[in-house]
Design a protein around this ligand. Sequence first.
Ligand SMILES: Nc1ncnc2c1ncn2[C@@H]1O[C@H](COP(=O)(O)OP(=O)(O)OP(=O)(O)O)[C@@H](O)[C@H]1O
Ligand SMILES: [Mg+2]
Length: 248
Amino acid sequence: MQTVIQTKNLSKNYGTTPVLKSIDLEVRAGELTAIMGPSGSGKSTLMNVLSTIDRLSGGEVWLEGKSLLDMKKQAARQFRQERMGFIFQDYNLLDTLTAKENILLPLSLRRFKAEEMERRLAPIAQALNIAGILTKYPSELSGGQKQRVASARAIITNPAIVFADEPTGALDSRSATQLLEQLVGLNETFGTTILMVTHDGYAASYCKRVIFLRDGGIVNELYAGEQTQRAFYDRILDAQSLMGGKTR
Ligand SMILES: Nc1ncnc2c1ncn2[C@@H]1O[C@H](COP(=O)(O)OP(=O)(O)OP(=O)(O)O)[C@@H](O)[C@H]1O
Ligand SMILES: [Mg+2]
């Protein structure tokens, strides 16, 4: 499997406060990974540094084998736009565009032809079960539908990796379960590489790998392997209590 992201001794400070400490992490193509950890442990900061939104303070990051330190600002931005997708807790959809226009926005900005956009949209809309709501505006959609639209927008560019920071955070438990099943479906159907922050062990149990952060460092890592989701969930809860109680 190809390595999408690799870090060595990655650190990040805000002022003099260390927030990420000597992170060694490898994310391979096709992986579905959760990042867990207490509030303030550095989960969002890690996502922001890996996605080039925020600058690292020390160590190294390689994106598809290219050193981030060697990339000019413009090259990093281009990499982010072309090779990365994003799903946010609060959807980040544009209210004045329909679901379909929101999804296609990253392509229309890059002047893709209409037929090519339609060709890409069809299988994704089907996989996310949103084919019937494409002409609606965000204000007409439920939270779960909005997040599925946002997920479609995140993968319409065929990104190397999708970053999702608490994607189920604003959803009720039924919509959250639905979204998690859809994300697993995208991972299985299209081989989408997903890195997802969650404080919820149940959400994490849908992933194949869980990384635990505490005080800015990786303190534990679990792989689902062949075990059932239920057994993996139990192991995640055990790991959380070993880390000292709840992750939030
Ligand atoms: N822009 C910033 N300037 C200064 N400090 C920051 C900034 N962003 C985050 N921090 C600090 O860095 C630490 C890690 O924050 P981060 O947002 O990564 O945590 P998190 O694990 O995502 O927490 P949560 O679960 O609450 O979202 C916190 O102590 C936070 O106060
Ligand atoms: Mg956060």
